[in-house]
Design a protein around this ligand. Sequence first.
Ligand SMILES: *Cc1c(COP(=O)(O)O)cnc(C)c1O
Length: 379
Amino acid sequence: MKFATKAIHEGVSPDPATGAIMTPIYQTSTYVQEGVGNHKGYEYSRTLNPTRHALEKNLAAIENGNFGACFASGLAAIDCVIKMLNPGDEVISTNDLYGGSYRIFKTIFEKYGLVFHFVDMTDVHHIREKVNANTKMIWVETPTNPMMNIIDIAAVAEIAQSVGALLCVDNTFATPYLQSPLDLGADIVMHSVTKYLGGHSDVIMGALVTKNEKIAQEIYRIQNSSGAVAGPMDSFLVLRGIKTLHLRMERHSENGEKIAHFLAKHPKVEQVYWPGFPDHPNHLVAAKQMRGFGGMISFTLKGNRLEDALRVVERVNLFALAESLGGVESLIGHPATMTHASIPKEEREKSGVVDSLIRLSVGIEAVEDLLEDLENALG
Ligand SMILES: *Cc1c(COP(=O)(O)O)cnc(C)c1O
């Protein structure tokens, strides 16, 4: 079945009780049992809820996996993955990493005896250098935030398999429409569903998908034991969002490409970070493992002045100044003072987050209006 058909049909079927074509919001904590242990597959909504279950099956299908699990946030999904590990285990992670992932690794899990290494994975030799007998997981985020670096998932999967470590890929930026990590050898795909999958900036949610039944059982055990599950109302909203994921991603990518080219030619712009450009350092890997380049773009201004960047993000009208990404509406952000403000200037500049860096989450509005907005703000 093709992606668009799966997005609309997988996991969902008309409600057996009423024929309702849309999966109802089963806003219930518990389920009546006809006799002890005699029930219809649902006992308690932390363990399983029909609305969440439909979404979990849908997500598994669009990620080309067999099992899905939905959580109260992307970070709750990450929390579940790391809880599969034991004290002394080591994780090798991308250095250019979502700030919240870095925070949970360093400030929550390190004190339980887990060891995290952060390396530049655009060159996979850096991973081989850190691998040892305790390496139990490799954590990849690609494209990275906000520098839009691309990591070769298949090459990392080969390393992970050679040492028996699990490979988990945060697929939030690319979405299953543009990138299928499980087909490239990843064991687990993680999502901040909050972003493109939900797609309308109205839900906080996370998800995990795997092909492997043993890994799935461990995920479900932790999901049920730790309890950070997604609620039925939110699950309904995301089921609705995913029905248009393919259309949205097409337009995000189309608009993204036009805006990337506009920025590259603009006299006030120094550099544009977008993996679709042939001279992007990881363009070949992106072209190999992605089906499109998406709507996330970062750029810097000539002269690299903080006040110029702040003026641009404040002068836009259509682009909203906000954290987050992946909604239908365009957002603009200034990493140095927003998402990366807690990282010392020298540290963030090493990875490219300079004072004039601006990040765009290009929405699906008419691109002419977005271009005009940027032209006015830069002018
Ligand atoms: C937002 C985000 C997360 C965290 O997800 P939440 O839903 O905010 O908890 C993790 N990874 C990436 C790449 C993100 O953009």
